[in-house]
Write a protein that binds this ligand. Structure first.
Ligand SMILES: Nc1ncnc2c1ncn2[C@@H]1O[C@H](COP(=O)(O)OP(=O)(O)OP(=O)(O)O)[C@@H](O)[C@H]1O
Ligand SMILES: [Mg+2]
Length: 261
């Protein structure tokens, strides 16, 4: 089983500390959600793990024999893809295989990309330019690109933010299945706490650059804790179908103290 040990990660930008002493152990086959208010350091943490930005501390990724795994084992899907490429959807997804490609693209790569496009309902867009896609379609394509690379670690930053209800479930179902079937470590940044409750094995709750709580959904999705961190009154309950629902009720500190008409 693969294992990731994050020890005392810290990040500062122009002398401003945005992440402090982040430590956690993540196990293969588990999907962990990172939650917390805007600007609290979620993207910075994911980028540090992907080794895209410099950080203090250590991230050690090992396989079942204790051997270190390289950066190539990690796939990162950014919060917002601003790529302006003329490449087609098919070519963009094929780029996920770039580390294995030779001058002639072998059939098994073509088949893997075709299957992934089918799974995500994107096959009819195969030859459409990526730069002309809608925000949600871009999110699906970047997810497809990450998955065809068969990562050992899948890092998804708000992968559902531009998606409709059906596609939100589809993307998280696929991420969950991939995690269980391959034993990968998946980290997902999410704002929708109902989706967090539905899909997470574990949750890291960040506030002001620190982990304030990590653990099982039932322990982290505590109304008092969420109220303290998000400054909103929330209701956490279990629906008739047995699903945990997190309903935001009202902000505790008014967002605007007076509205002038
Ligand atoms: N390159 C940078 N230079 C300076 N400050 C930065 C840089 N990147 C991020 N920050 C700051 O670090 C803090 C954390 O940003 P980050 O993007 O990690 O937040 P986040 O939790 O992902 O927020 P959101 O939910 O809005 O996506 C913010 O105050 C942000 O302004
Ligand atoms: Mg972010």
């Amino acid at each position: 089983m693969i294992n990731m040990k994050i020890s005392n990660i810290g990040v500062s930008f122009q002398n401003k500390t945005v992440l402090k002493d982040i430590s956690a152990v993540l196990k293969g086959g588990e999907l962990t959600s990172i939650i917390g208010p805007n600007g609290t350091g979620k993207t910075t943490l994911i980028k540090s793990i992907a080794r895209l930005i410099k950080s203090r501390g250590d991230v050690v990724l090992t396989d079942s024999h204790g051997n270190s795994l390289s950066k190539n084992s990690i796939a990162y899907v950014p919060q917002m893809s601003t790529t302006t490429t003329e490449l087609s959807v098919f070519e963009m997804v094929l780029l996920g295989r770039v580390k294995d490609l030779t001058w002639k693209v072998e059939k098994h790569h073509i088949d893997a990309v075709t299957q992934m496009l089918k799974d995500l309902g994107l096959l009819s867009l195969s030859y459409f330019p990526f730069c002309k896609l809608s925000g949600g379609q871009r999110q699906l394509v970047t997810m497809a690109q990450a998955l065809v690379s068969k990562p050992k670690v899948l890092l998804l930053d708000e992968p559902t933010s531009a998606l409709d209800l059906r596609h939100q479930l589809q993307v998280l179902d696929i991420a969950q299945q991939y995690t269980k079937q391959t034993g990968a470590i998946t980290l997902v940044v999410l704002h929708d706490l109902a989706l967090v409750a539905r899909y997470s094995d574990n949750i890291l709750l960040l506030h002001d650059g620190k982990i304030v709580k990590k653990g099982l959904p039932k322990d982290v999705l505590d109304p008092n804790l969420l109220q303290e961190v998000y400054k909103v009154e929330v209701d956490v309950s279990v629906s008739n179908g047995g699903y945990t629902t997190v309903t935001p009720i009202r902000p505790i500190i008014p967002i605007r103290s007076s509205i002038v008409c």
